[in-house]
Design a protein around this ligand. Sequence first.
Ligand code: FES
Length: 80
Amino acid sequence: MKHFRKLIFVCNGSDCKKAGAKKLNKDLKSLTDEAPFKGSCKFIKTKCMDMCKTAPNVIVGDYFCKKTTAEKVLLQIKKS
Ligand code: FES
């Protein structure tokens, strides 16, 4: 049986930090520490993705989450 971890890229550039990327990162880590997601996600902090107008930005698989929240990212993780 194969076990895949989903890669989630969270922008930590200055504009995304101002828009709440640090809190988003904390929320995502605490939410994915619980039951169905535990051990299935790997968070990677990135530098600016050049999409600052839509901060905070997160990439889940091949989906780009703009102006996102932890809940929206979780929904996307469930879908992918
Ligand atoms: S700081 Fe996040 S896209 Fe530029």
